[in-house]
Design a protein around this ligand. Structure first.
Ligand code: KG4
Ligand code: ZN
Length: 334
């Protein structure tokens, strides 16, 4: 079964053709990041306009690269939540029009569920149930994936998402949007014990995260030093901050695994590309004898292949939308 998948929730216009949820036949991603860099973050109206321009050529390219026509497509999966509403509406309306004119069923797909599904592509043997740490620019969740379309949130951030904290710390150090990737690279040559940063905990909620205090601590460190004319070693600041964020993520994730007696752990979302997070969890899971899965780095960020994977399982579970499908800026993964 072939799914044509469409993604437009933030600043990537993407389309893909995926066979049986696991085999990516084509995947095209048009990133707008260079334009948003000029403003230090995603400008929603610009994002919507660029999606409107890109959606037709990108979908056409995905079909051409798959060497398939609409006759060979069994369902159209589209990201309908969560994300920037104007951006989501471009993909949703395009997919609705295509579904209506072709008679191909339309499958609404949740963006974070799709991030989790990127693992089904990279790890062909992976099947639920498992515990997943979903860490992106907008979300930080620990999710019990009971089945492909049945999930329960075990913990989540009370304030900033991990990616957001990485980006804001990076911006304070003069790195361009989205700085999380560059911060990770610069951290490689630093000493993560150089600066002592807090590990905020949420009382009575051991699986929840809080990153805003940690983010403020590193921003204060940078500003205070600048005011005193002290030049900080950038790699050391990056390494100390990355170590603190990863420590918070890993501690709560492993505690949840232990308490819920799950020995199959998975990570997903843009921040799952973080080198220290991948390395630390690999080691900790090996020590404990847990199975550990992560998406290929190329599938951690936003793409449509993951939408095609999750869309397949949504279709099998009967999740088909009518022509009244809407987009939603927020929606629980559950
Ligand atoms: O999942 P994603 O592509 O978009 C959302 O759905 O939000 O995640 C983007 C986030 C950004 O905050 C970006 O800085 C972060 O993922 N990110 C990283 C790394 N690569 C991407 N953060 C830390 N280390 C990385 N290597
Ligand atoms: Zn995403």
């Amino acid at each position: 079964m072939n799914i044509l998948a469409i993604e437009s929730s933030c600043d990537e216009t993407a389309a893909a053709v995926v066979e049986n949820g696991r085999n990516v036949i084509s995947s095209v991603v048009a990133s707008q990041v260079e334009e948003h860099k000029l403003y230090g973050g995603v400008v929603p109206e610009i994002a919507s306009r660029r999606h409107a321009e890109a959606i037709v050529p990108i979908v056409r390219q995905a079909l051409e690269e798959a060497n398939i026509s609409l006759d060979g497509i069994d369902a159209i999966a589209v990201t309908y939540a969560p994300g920037l509403i104007g951006a989501l509406l471009v993909g949703v309306n395009f997919a609705k029009g295509l579904s209506l004119s072709s008679g191909i069923p339309l499958v609404p797909t949740h963006h974070l569920r799709s991030h989790i599904a990127s693992n089904y592509i990279s790890n062909p043997d992976l099947k639920p149930p498992f515990l997943c740490l979903v860490v992106s620019g907008g979300h930080s969740h620990i999710v019990m994936v009971e089945d492909y379309t049945k999930m329960k949130i075990i913990g989540k951030t009370r304030d900033d998402a991990a990616g957001e904290a990485f980006d804001k710390a990076a911006r304070t150090m003069g790195m361009s949007y989205p700085g999380g990737i560059e911060l990770d690279k610069v951290a490689e040559s630093g000493d993560h014990f150089a600066f002592k940063l807090p590990r905020p905990v949420v009382h009575d909620a051991p699986y929840d995260f809080s990153f805003s205090g940690l983010k403020t601590a590193v921003i204060n460190l940078i500003h205070n030093s600048a005011q005193k004319g002290i030049e900080l070693n950038k790699p050391d600041v990056c390494a100390s901050f990355r170590y603190a964020v990863v420590d918070c993520l890993v501690t709560n994730f492993l505690k949840a695994a232990e308490d819920y007696r799950v020995n199959k752990l998975v990570i997903a979302g843009g921040v799952s590309a973080n080198s220290l997070l991948r390395k630390t969890l690999r080691e900790k899971c090996d020590e404990r004898g847990y199975e550990f899965y992560m998406p290929d780095k190329s599938l951690c960020g936003d793409n449509a292949a993951m939408v095609g994977s999750q869309g397949y399982y949504e279709f099998l579970s009967g999740n088909i939308a009518g022509t009244d499908l809407n987009a939603y800026a927020t929606m629980s993964i559950e």
